[in-house]
Design a binder for this molecule. Sequence first.
Ligand code: SF4
Ligand code: SF4
Length: 367
Amino acid sequence: MAGKIDAKNLVDIKKEMMTCTMCGFCKSVCPAFEDIGWDPGVARGRVILSYGLMQGEIPADESVVEALYQCTTCKDCERRCPSKVKVVDVVERARRDIVASGTMLPSHRKVVDNILKYGNPYAEKRSVPEVFGETPRQAKLGYFVGCTSAYRNPSAAKATISIMKKLGEDYTLLDESCCGSVMERVGWNEEDVVAQMRKNVDAIAAQGVEEVIFSCAGCYRMFKEEYPKHVDVPFKVRHVSEYLASKDLKPSRLEKKLTYHDPCHLGRHSKVYKAPREVLAKIPGAEFKEMPRNSETSRCCGGGGGVRSAFPDLSGQIAGKRVDEAKFADVLVTTCPFCVSNLKLGKESSKAKVEIVDLVELIEPLL
Ligand code: SF4
Ligand code: SF4
């Protein structure tokens, strides 16, 4: 582990860190703190540690690195914070400085190495369109599948493709590479993240695509919120829930109690709350009820920010508590492959009997 580090990314947001009044309101919402139980595991602790790193007052030792990497980047502390401290920005800059100093958690190192070598975190050699037996071509509507949906959990991607076929869309899969989200979340250098952005934007533009649909909340957030900060994005981006909400769908009946989990990347980060609920409201017979914490106040599933790969026990405990909150429902619907797989992991430690599915998997058989 590194000693004192050159915190050149943190220096730029010194004022942000000094804005924290140490009020502790973030303790009431931080999903990681609920399990960790002491200050380094909550927003204000992470802000203090980052400030200490920047001032050269503390080393980036194992305990500091662990605290900064146990943040799921869910942003709930920012919503709750009376001083509006940009905690996720602080945490991600601290991570970037730690990585630049030569320290990286082994699971994150492997993921980044795979992306740089294979274009995806799983060291898969097949392209995304090949996985689905398709060839990228010229079309106005493109579907960006995302690495996890393509290589590890393809049911949501298959459902999305089937929906587009049922709706008669002239769509194409894309000559896509990793969106760069995981690299950015774990603190890899900006140059390589922007290179991934350029690669994707150039490939998509070369296919003449005017609108791209995403079924992964993390990929969508990258294209909507992060890409425009670094590259020109010459096409419209929409999450599949927004796309479906805009369609005149006539699904068949489903006599079930449904609830919805807002992925942090789609909700608090991208402000898409209404569209998935509008899609669920189109299903006749379905009874929809919100979980107590929903929309802006939705609880994180525990899978984001690189926590799932580096701290699977913590991630699973957070997920289990989120699944417990849905115990009144027959089906817990969400809109992100990471949330689906992490909530399924959490279900193993939960007493709730609820089924967990992606929105596209729920609606596809009904169309
Ligand atoms: S709520 Fe905001 S100001 Fe208060 S301790 Fe947490 S980060 Fe600091
Ligand atoms: S972003 Fe989420 S996990 Fe990270 S400190 Fe804030 S509330 Fe906790």
